[in-house]
Design a binder for this molecule. Structure first.
Ligand code: B12
Length: 345
């Protein structure tokens, strides 16, 4: 795989910056450790995993993991293997596991826990249909063939229609790409290329749908909170809302809360649709939802979608959690049945 004119991709892209001269410790988990014996500073590991330096030091004392070596300046130096295990642990913590239970476990056992970081093929085996072409898209990403990926995705869109493309192609591909990153098998720049190509094709898909009139109800405003940089969930939701004939306005990602409230007023929105992955601090998610709920007029609904576990563990009054895009058409229908549809103006 890959362009033969170029050497294999070696880490690493920001935010992980290796410690120069660091030597690996522990077992080799992927080719990258064999290719370049590099290690990472505690600050780089904090940035990458979202685990604070204090947490990393406490776990080292308490659980005997991670086991950083020392660099030339006697600072902690973590191997890629350890960073990958820490990424997986962070994901399991976000899903509700306790550190005392997961930190001491070996990598393989962590993979088996609660679906976090399971091999993408295991997840795909549970998905309904049309997974046949997915590995070929992954190959195109690995070959750094952006145009090829765009063409292949555009064909998949024509074959499956917008809803099928989202549920049977983009959803499973996100999971595969995310898992490949988690396992150190995909670089962040490759994830960026993937995101760009999916965004182009999803935008084409949205543009191809019959245009809603500005007064088509419900009027939906889409965005994410500051601190949530993932935008594909938002685009997928926008496409689904558009399919249902809703008038959508997307602000893209990371809109300050108060500006979202102002925008909802300016666009006379009926629904504010937000998207969350497990990346954001759960307290910040809950606090933000409470705040935005208070600031928006009562008639404006707040729908919070995405895989962030906190959405379902800690309900916020007046906020509708939306775990699955497939539920969106039913929710829109229900909104139309129960709302006094406001006339234009
Ligand atoms: C592409 C990608 C990126 C891109 C994002 C680019 C962009 N402009 O969007 C880049 C490379 C920048 C990136 C960065 C990071 N990422 Co990232 N990324 C992904 C990936 C592959 C897909 C992204 C995505 O948008 N997913 C979000 C949506 C599409 O998925 P979802 O949450 O499951 O949502 C589904 C439903 O819930 C629903 N839905 C979603 N939103 C909404 C909204 C409404 C209204 C409705 C109705 C439904 C709905 O639709 C989806 C399909 O059913 C995912 C993998 C994955 N499985 O999703 C990882 C992933 C989200 N990233 C992850 C991480 C850790 C990061 C980083 C922190 C890594 C790092 N250390 O640098 C950074 C973030 C840095 C920061 N500033 O915070 C983790 C999150 C782990 C967790 N705890 O949940 C994931 C899951 C990867 C993994 N396997 O661990 N990432």
């Amino acid at each position: 795989m890959g362009n033969p004119e170029f050497p294999p991709v070696v880490p690493t892209t920001p935010p992980l910056s290796p410690v120069p001269g660091g030597a690996p410790t522990g077992t080799e988990m992927n080719d990258r450790n064999r290719l370049t014996p590099i290690t990472f500073s505690i600050a780089a590991v904090e940035r990458d995993t979202g685990l604070s330096k204090d947490t990393l030091r406490v776990w080292e004392r308490r659980y005997g993991f991670p086991t950083p070596g020392r660099d030339d300046l006697d600072e902690r130096a973590y191997t890629m293997d350890q960073v990958e295990k820490l990424r997986l642990i962070k994901r399991l913590l976000d899903a509700g596991h306790r550190p005392g239970r997961v930190v001491p476990l070996p990598f393989d056992e962590l993979l088996g826990l609660g679906g976090a970081g399971r091999d993408a093929s295991a997840q795909l085996a549970e998905m309904p249909a049309a997974t046949g072409d997915l590995p070929s898209y992954i190959s195109l990403i690995r070959a750094h063939d952006g145009p090829g990926l765009r063409v292949a995705l555009t064909r998949a869109l024509s074959r499956n229609g917008v809803a099928g493309f989202i549920s049977q192609v983009v959803g499973p591909l996100n999971a595969m790409v995310g898992d490949a990153w988690l396992r150190g098998q995909m670089e962040i720049f490759e994830e960026h290329l993937y995101t760009e190509m999916v965004q182009v094709v999803l935008r084409q898909a949205i543009a191809s749908l019959p245009e809603a009139t500005p007064s088509s109800a419900p009027r939906v405003l889409l965005t994410t909170f500051p601190g949530e940089p993932h935008g594909l969930g938002l685009l997928m939701a926008e496409a689904m809302f558009s399919l249902e004939g809703c008038a959508c306005t997307s602000l893209g990602v990371q809109t300050p809360l108060w500006d979202t409230v102002l925008a909802a007023s300016a666009h006379r929105s009926d629904i504010v649709a937000l998207s969350f992955t497990g990346c954001m601090n759960p307290n910040a998610v809950v606090d933000g939802l409470v705040e935005i709920r208070q600031k928006l007029p009562e008639r404006v609904r707040v729908w919070a979608g995405g895989s962030a576990p906190v959405l379902f563990r800690r309900r916020v009054d007046g906020v509708q959690p939306m775990p699955r895009l497939e539920d969106l058409p039913g929710q829109v229908r229900q909104w139309r049945q129960t709302s006094d549809l406001p006339g234009p103006g």
